[in-house]
Each structure stands twice: as structure tokens, then as C-alpha cells.
Design a protein. Structure first.
Length: 327
């Protein structure tokens, strides 16, 4: 059956008979089930951070891992990582990917630092596989960028210049999500989006990061322990003399047409892909270039896995969060 013919994650959730809140054991197993979709065993700290719908502490998690029958029969620990039974080979894969990711981080930080000095950039974060140190054989550096209001597309043009420079050095830099600083509330409020928000790594613009998390408080309904990290070490997105000068020039009304032209050109180029399912958005306040059905595929597989394991508590958490976010 093709992906488009499969029932949506919302439809699968609607058919759930879940009636009880998520138990600690179910919440932890659900975290591992989701991570396993990415071949990603979890450490104890990550189990705490990504537990679904509960607020267990370290001691409670340790106790559950050693005493809860559901977890004893479903999970094993190896090299300090917890993995689903039958998936033990993923531990070695994670170690390999962690090593590969850490070699990439210095370059990612350098590109983020350069990006933070470009016109209209207000915030830079690493997202995707690198954010959790899980890059594959073809590593890329995914960036989420907040741009000055009404200059999302000129900001993107400046970032594309950086992308081309990175390509010269053999790096695949992907600023595939650019949002206006006045439009911080994300449109898609599902488990996948909450997880991406929780795991992104801010590299410039700590105040904007705090504002973005605050504007998307709904995500904590899925992952109550995943937010609240300290970002005091993250530098502000500075606006030096050159950046202020360029912004002052490009903010002249004559450049409004350039902004509009960039938007119109990209809409025309991506018209066949525009829409929620394809996750491509071209608007005055947002440029989202996720040109596939990855999000929907992951959600469908996650819900199916929860149902197959009869994890009704996490299913209910996800279902109630979807319903609350649609109100």
C-alpha cells in the first residue's frame, strides 16, 4: 500500500480505545519506539527528556527499567544505551553516527556563526539528524533561521550565498526552514514537530530561542520534560556596523519588489509541491522547503507501532494533544 493510501496518524489515533493516562513504563517505551524509527537508542538522560506525556525523574526511570515487566521484556541496555529487544545492532550504529556527527559539529558551528552575521538573520539553530548526532553516510547541516519581519526572502537569498560557499568545501548546508521573527507559532502542532522543536540546538540568538519555545508551549503536552534547557551560553545574534548598514539599505522601499519577486519566483518553482502534506510553504512570513512526506510517514509509523504494542497511554497523550491544538 502506498503512503498516500494509508490512513493518517490522526485517523489511526481516532480509532484508539485509549482511556487511561500514560503510565511511566508506557511513556518510556513509547520514547524508545519513536527513537527506533530513526535507528537511535537512547541514554538515560534522553529517556527522561523524551518520555511521552509523563514527568518521571532519574530515580523513577531507573526503578521502572529494572522492575516494570513491560520494560524488562521490551528493552535491553548496552554500552549505556537503551534499545528495543531485537534491535541491539543499532547501538553500534549510533556510536558510529555519533562519531561522524561530532566531526561535523565544528563546521556546523562555523557556518551558524557566519549566518548570524548575514542581513536580517535573528536566530540560527541546527535541526534534523545533526541536532541529535545521528547523521548518516551523506551528512548535511539542517538550519532553522528566524528572519526580520518582511525580509524572509532577502534573508534566504543571503543564506543561499552561504550554501554555495559551503558547497565549495564539500559541505551540504540546508537552511530549509526560515521564519519571520513575528511569526514564531508553528503551524503543525503534532508529535513530530514537537520532537523537532525539542531537539533543535540553538547556536545564535538566545532570546529569540526562548520566545520561540514560549510561543509553542503546546509542544510540552507531548514531551513535558523536553523543554526548559539553559541557553545562557548561546550568544546573541549581534548586529554589527556592516550588518546594520546592509539592513538599512535593503530595508528601503525600493527593495520591497526584490522581496516580492523572490517569493513569487519560489512559489512558481515549487507550486507542484505546495501544501501541508508535502511540507513546502512559501509565504511572506515563512519559507519551508521540506520537499517530501517524511513527517507524515514518521507519524503514521509511530502511531502504528504504538498500536501494535498496545501502548494506549501514549496514544491517548498524542490524541488529546492533537485535539487540544485543533481547538
Amino acid at each position: 500500500m502506498s503512503l498516500m493510501a494509508q490512513p493518517s496518524s490522526v485517523q489511526l489515533l481516532a480509532s484508539s480505545d485509549a482511556a487511561e493516562p500514560s503510565s511511566g513504563a508506557e511513556a518510556l517505551l513509547a520514547a524508545l519506539v519513536y527513537a527506533d524509527l530513526f535507528d537511535y537508542p537512547l541514554s538515560l538522560d534522553e529517556l527522561l527528556r523524551y518520555q511521552v506525556g509523563t514527568r518521571l525523574g532519574h530515580d523513577e526511570i531507573r526503578a521502572a527499567l529494572t522492575t516494570a515487566p513491560l520494560l524488562r521484556e521490551s528493552i535491553i541496555e548496552e554500552s549505556g544505551l537503551y534499545v528495543l529487544r531485537g534491535r541491539e545492532d543499532r547501538v553500534g550504529l549510533r556510536i558510529l553516527r555519533t562519531s561522524r556527527s561530532r566531526r561535523l559539529w565544528p563546521r556546523a558551528r562555523a557556518y551558524a556563526r557566519i549566518a548570524s552575521h548575514l542581513p536580517f538573520v535573528r536566530f540560527v539553530a541546527v535541526t534534523g539528524a545533526l541536532a541529535v548526532e545521528n547523521v548518516g553516510e551523506r551528512p548535511d547541516i539542517d538550519l532553522l533561521v528566524l528572519a526580520a519581519d518582511s525580509r524572509v526572502w532577502l534573508c534566504r537569498r543571503a543564506l543561499i550565498l552561504l550554501v554555495r560557499c559551503a558547497r565549495v568545501f564539500g559541505d551540504d548546508l540546508c537552511p530549509n526552514y526560515i521564519i519571520s521573527e513575528n511569526n514564531l507559532t508553528l503551524d503543525q502542532r503534532d508529535f513530530f514537530t514537537a520532537h523537532e522543536l525539542a531537539q533543535m540546538v540553538p547556536l545564535a540568538g538566545r532570546e529569540q530561542y526562548r520566545q520561540m519555545i514560549s510561543s509553542n508551549y503546546w509542544a510540552a503536552k507531548y514531551l513535558p520534560c523536553a523543554f526548559g534547557r539553559s541557553v545562557n551560553h548561546v550568544p546573541r545574534c549581534q548586529r554589527g556596523a556592516v550588518k546594520r548598514l546592509l539592513e538599512g539599505l535593503l530595508n528601503l522601499r525600493i527593495f520591497n519588489r526584490w522581496e516580492e519577486w523572490e517569493l513569487a519566483r519560489m512559489r512558481k518553482q515549487l507550486r507542484p509541491l505546495l501544501g501541508t502534506a508535502a511540507e513546502v510553504v512559501c509565504s511572506a512570513s515563512q519559507c519551508k522547503g521540506h520537499t517530501g512526506l517524511h513527517r507524515q510517514s514518521v507519524l503514521t509509523r509511530f502511531v502504528s507501532a504504538l498500536k501494535s504494542r498496545e501502548l494506549v497511554g501514549p496514544l491517548l497523550v498524542v490524541k488529546q494533544a492533537i485535539e487540544a491544538n485543533q481547538e
